[in-house]
Design a protein around this ligand. Structure first.
Ligand SMILES: [Mg+2]
Length: 334
């Protein structure tokens, strides 16, 4: 008896991009092939990005360069998600002060709003997103506008992002700067882990059974949990095996795999009993406060069992030492 492959349980896959599909300019190994296979199997593929400095078209062009068929319509950006929440604050057609890059202007125009760049143009709301060209004057303009009482929407909350010279301040850091100055945070944040970006993607793909696929527990997986949809964590990006074993409630993926090839594999059941947790031929449990694993077959089954055992002990309030199991698993899957 064969069970169906993982992707067949879903009608749409929502891919985070950096660390899942590409890292900087380069493809993540096996990603393009896995996405092509999913599309061939008739599963819709959408690409979601908190990055507010690139347009949907630029992202689609990048995907095509990597061998993934995509158009701008397949890409959902945080400025687009930010525009999707504007009706909660101001009527369609309103002027919106843009603090950020051209991607925000484009998303506003597409959504039926009027982007403006000065308070003199009478904006009804402020939208803040990342641009490397933002200056003190722009941030001051945002500050004055927010303090005057305008609703303030941030495209994404990322404090940092990897830049050629190292880890650089992201939009979240600049939003915090304004927040510190005005004494309050934004009225809405669109990007992960907040819900609007995922909701916009699900609406765009008209999906009833979506899967969010990401590399970060605190953004991708948390966003899925926030809106109650299943998630897959791949270990090709930011979050590590150690972080996965220690993931707090609300940041725990439903599925785990080394990379996107897992989408085309049978995904095993994880079964908890009073004796511990089994996953196919692997077992994990807590013995004298230590997480123990016994590996059999695919070592990722050991990871799946170990996560379930560690998480359930943490939820019961038990202190668990995971270091020994972590070393064994790291060696087995590395
Ligand atoms: Mg990522």
């Amino acid at each position: 008896m064969t069970s169906p492959i993982l992707l067949s349980r879903f009608d749409a896959l929502l891919f985070d991009l950096d660390g899942v599909v590409y890292v900087g300019p380069d493809a993540v190994p096996h990603a393009a092939e896995a996405i092509r296979a999913a599309r061939q199997a008739g599963v819709a593929c959408g690409y979601i990005t908190n990055n507010a400095s690139r347009s949907a078209q630029a992202v689609a062009d990048h995907l095509v360069d990597l061998g993934i068929e995509a158009t701008a319509a397949d890409v959902i950006t945080s400025p687009q998600a930010a525009v999707s929440v504007l009706p909660d604050f101001v009527p369609a057609g309103s002027r919106v002060l843009v603090i950020g890059g051209a991607g925000i202007d484009d998303a506003l125009v597409a959504g039926g709003y009027v982007p403006v760049h000065s308070r003199d143009d009478g904006p009804a709301a402020v939208m803040q997103g990342f641009s490397p060209d933002l200056t003190w004057r722009d941030l001051a303009e945002a500050t004055f506008a927010v303090r005057s009482g305008l609703p303030w929407i941030a495209t994404n909350p990322d404090l940092t992002f990897p830049a050629p010279g190292g880890i650089a301040p992201g939009n979240g850091a600049l939003v915090r700067l304004v927040a510190e100055t005005v004494g309050r945070g934004p009225d809405a944040v669109a990007g992960k882990p907040e819900p609007p970006l995922l909701r916009a993607a699900i609406a765009r793909l008209e999906s009833e059974r979506p899967l969010i696929v990401g590399d970060r527990l605190d953004t991708d997986i948390a966003a899925g949990a926030r809106i109650g949809i299943p998630s897959l964590l791949v270990l090709t990006g930011v979050s590590s095996l150690g972080e996965l074993l220690g993931a707090p409630r609300g940041e725990r993926p439903d599925h785990v795999g080394p990379d996107l090839r897992i989408l085309a594999e049978e995904y095993p059941e994880v079964v908890a009993t009073s004796q511990g947790v089994s996953c196919r031929r692997s077992w994990a449990g807590i013995v004298d406060g230590d997480l123990r694993v016994e590996l059999g077959g695919d070592p990722w089954d050991g990871v799946r069992a170990a996560c379930a055992a560690a998480w359930s002990a943490a939820d019961a309030g038990d202190a668990v030492r995971v270091e020994g199991a972590h070393r064994i698993l790291e060696k087995a899957v590395g």
